[in-house]
Design a protein around this ligand. Sequence first.
Ligand SMILES: NC(=O)c1ccc[n+]([C@@H]2O[C@H](COP(=O)([O-])OP(=O)(O)OC[C@H]3O[C@@H](n4cnc5c(N)ncnc54)[C@H](OP(=O)(O)O)[C@@H]3O)[C@@H](O)[C@H]2O)c1
Length: 441
Amino acid sequence: MNGRVVNVGLCGFGVVGQGVVDHLERKREMLRDQLGVEVVVARVAVRNPSKSRDIAIDVARVTDDALSVAVDPELDIVCELMGGTDKAREVTLEALKAGKIVVTANKALLCDHGKELLAVAQEFGGHLLFEASVAGGIPVIKAIREGLVVNEFSSIRGILNGTCNYILTRMTNEGASYQDILVEAKELGYAEADESLDVDGIDAAHKAVVLAYLAYGKWVDFDAVRLQGIKEVRQEDIRYAKDNGYSVKLIAMVDREREGSALRVSVLPTLMPKETPLGSVDGVFNAVSIQGDVVGETVYIGPGAGRDATASAVISDVVDAVKLLILGGPEGRFPFLDPAPRNGKRIEVARADEIESRYYVRLVVRDQPGVMAEIASILASHSVSLASVNQKEVGEDAERVSLIITTHATTEAAVSEAVAELGELAAVEERPFLMPIGDAS
Ligand SMILES: NC(=O)c1ccc[n+]([C@@H]2O[C@H](COP(=O)([O-])OP(=O)(O)OC[C@H]3O[C@@H](n4cnc5c(N)ncnc54)[C@H](OP(=O)(O)O)[C@@H]3O)[C@@H](O)[C@H]2O)c1
């Protein structure tokens, strides 16, 4: 630390980086009063220094060399706000090796390299803080790490991608198709030009991996996340949900049935009971419901992305970093704090035959004699028991029907195998669509 000034370097000055500078400037006095030190953004790295920006910054502080910011001895804190995983990893590693406290909003980086980065932080006496990486402005990481520290968690369920929730909400409210709403969401800036990170559930899966680590101390491999996005959700599914007291939500789930059982990490379109907190969160908002054994259920709702919400979370980490520096005394070294001091080594990731749920299956079939019997027989051969069957004509063609089946509780392995077999039937005209049915509790 440099007298009563803490110097911060930003690698990345885009949406989030500019929000951070803007709000640090606006709240300069308040933060000085709270912390007793001045927080100064001393250096900024960007790809293109000559690009015009909404937030002005002294050109002398701007560079296109992010690594020089990472290792700058004048800086106490480095914020990695570039995105991506290659350069971001390099910058974060170099900053941590230089003993800096690194703040990042980058869930993809944490998902792919979190284990390595935290080990390096520990080895070199640095810290890695990442409040903004999950659920944007909602302080859910601090909730798990601090407020709920005495709890063991049976489940964490979340709506972690605002773009998907926005699209599903509008499909529900307006009866429009996924494709139509997506086009508008892009025009409004809610979805990126390449929407796949959002709508394929990848962004939410990165966040689920981070939550699984925090809650259970286990870095789950991204490929082990059971993942499906929202592209295949149709109006038939939305209508079924509305008519039966549900809403369709993209739900990230991290849960263990009991101590000793395997860990399920999934991101799937899910029929959520409308009366549950997650079933009723609409629009771009994120929400997280956490079941702790001591506290019971706690629920967190708020803006999960955007310049200001994300800046709010990044600045909360910057403030924590300043406190760590103050606690570290003149040397500025406070011992590494493990963000997830829970021993996840012995936890296994659940296999499909260990995951149980009720399921919803939509099939588009030619309405021929014997079809229903064939379907029932395939389900029975996989021990999948039917709870209900609904049939509706699709469009003008009276022989093409949409069959909506719900099951009693069964394993994911059984229902997936049954649905794959159903998809092979000559009378089944489109790829079957499967989603779990969430419980009210
Ligand atoms: N936007 C959100 O609502 C939000 C919410 C939560 C978390 N996040 C996370 O926050 C991070 C930043 O997101 P963002 O929306 O602010 O992204 P962005 O608007 O694309 O900004 C990225 C910034 O990083 C700079 N940059 C990229 N590669 C660089 C390199 N190799 N060297 C130097 N500078 C480089 C860019 O420079 P130029 O400006 O010159 O191109 C730009 O200033 C991402 O990890 C994202 O996942 C974002």
